[in-house]
Ligand binder design. Structure first.
Ligand SMILES: [Zn+2]
Length: 431
């Protein structure tokens, strides 16, 4: 009896934990409202452009914004955003603090939280401010979120996106732009990245221009941040974290995890699953740097920006000025953590998703939860395999772009036969 009660308690605790980390959702009708609101706002931007710029330039600019708008609306409808009050409230509270202390910030800014788990944010010229949920996962406190927001708001205030495009159009760049937009539309992987990449490509022209605009946004961002209650020293730490985590680079999965997870009662583990294609001719050291080294060392540009800020604003002893995360921030960090893999699944990034499930299991974190997610991911792999569409969910090995342990993982996945995938799926979805 005691056994059963204990088991029941455990099951209830698990259920409670999982329910507790579920994100608020909105229905299709409310989603349409957001789309309509964005559409109106984008139309207003295009009207302003029409009244501001010469006809030829305005026409091309507005074509860019129309294309971008369509892409962005599709992304809202596809469920790429989180409409959870807890995230929105915190982001809006930070935004309100900026507005209160910096009257030059426009009033009509709408915050959206993207499901994208990478560390990124962007403020569109119409005033739509996208914060990736990854900010809440990778950053360490509210002040750092404020740092990112200050930087992106500065791009918006300085109209970098529009000005960058005007320059491109003047440089008769429009054909190349059209091709880029077209190519981006065809991309299947990392759908969430598309809008972001497109925005970035509209923001910058040359790397020289990019550097100039980044330094401008850094400086204005710092000035705006200084007026608020947030710790400006955290801005430097934000830079460092941003460079490390702006893309998800799965690494550090040990080989021992495979027999641990895939030796099943009705399907013994087969060592042949771990067989790898021979990439011995590749120089692993070439890209190892990118994964393992302190990323600052390999990004001198960021170092220049950090030093510039330190010098301009006479910052000293940055390291000794640490901010402790607040309770409400830690709560959102936990939420972002529990939804990290579900968010990857939403973007059909099943490779990284399974890899990270295995890594959580390897590290002994909430095994039951991650095994359940493992099953859900394998279900998608099984369907993809049956329809000969595995490519859609699982990357091919790219020795110069992936870590050694991710290459091992992809080999394992591609080595599995259909009945083997089915057995694994059945085992882990039954639990
Ligand atoms: Zn920037």
């Amino acid at each position: 009896m005691r056994h059963i009660t204990l088991l029941l308690c455990f099951a209830m605790a698990q259920l409670y934990a999982q329910e507790n980390y579920a994100l608020d959702t909105i229905d299709q009708q409310e989603l349409q409202k957001y789309v309509a609101q964005y559409h109106q706002s984008n139309e207003a931007l295009m009207r302003t452009i029409k009244n501001t710029y010469p006809k030829k330039i305005a026409k091309q600019l507005n074509e860019n914004f129309k294309n971008f708008g369509a892409e962005f609306e599709a992304s809202i409808l596809a469920g790429d955003f989180i409409f959870d009050k807890r995230f929105l409230d915190m982001a809006n509270a930070i935004l309100d603090e900026f507005k209160l202390k910096n009257p030059n910030i426009p009033k009509n800014i709408t915050v959206l939280i993207s499901k994208d788990p990478s560390l990124n944010a962007y403020c569109l010229p119409d005033g739509t401010f996208v914060l990736n949920v990854g900010l809440f996962y990778w950053l360490e406190n509210k002040d750092q979120i404020a740092g990112v927001m200050a930087h992106e708001l500065s791009h918006k205030l300085l109209e970098h996106s529009v000005k960058g495009q005007v320059k491109q159009i003047r440089d008769a760049y429009s054909d190349k732009r059209k091709k880029q937009v077209k190519a981006l539309k065809k991309t299947r992987f990392n759908r969430s990245k598309r809008a972001f990449n497109l925005y970035k490509s509209l923001l910058y022209t040359t790397s020289e221009n990019r550097r100039k605009r980044e330094i401008e946004a850094d400086s204005l961002g710092f000035l705006m941040l200084r007026h608020t209650k947030y710790n400006t020293f955290e801005l430097i730490k934000t830079f460092k974290l941003a460079k490390v985590y702006d893309t998800i680079r799965p690494k550090d999965l040990k080989k021992e995890i495979y027999p641990k997870v895939f030796d099943l009662p009705n399907q013994k583990f087969n060592p042949k699953w771990l067989k790898c294609e021979d990439f011995s001719t590749y120089d692993y050291d070439l890209y190892k740097e990118d994964f393992d080294k302190d990323s600052l060392a390999s990004h001198p540009e960021l170092m220049i920006r950090i030093n510039k800020i330190k010098k301009t604003f006479k910052l000293q002893n940055v390291e000794s000025n640490e901010t402790q995360p607040s309770e409400d921030f830690l709560e959102l960090q936990k939420l972002a953590d529990y939804n990290f893999i579900p968010n990857l699944m939403h973007f059909e990034n099943i490779g990284a998703s399974i890899y990270l499930c295995l890594k959580q299991i390897q590290e002994g974190n909430d095994e039951q939860y991650y095994k359940k997610l493992l099953g859900e991911n394998f279900k998608i792999i099984l369907e993809g395999r049956k329809k000969y569409q595995l490519n859609r969910y699982l990357e091919r090995v790219k020795p110069n772009k992936q870590s050694q342990s991710y290459i091992q993982f992809l080999n394992f996945m591609w080595n599995l036969s259909l009945p083997e995938i089915e057995n694994i799926t059945n085992y882990y979805t039954k639990k």
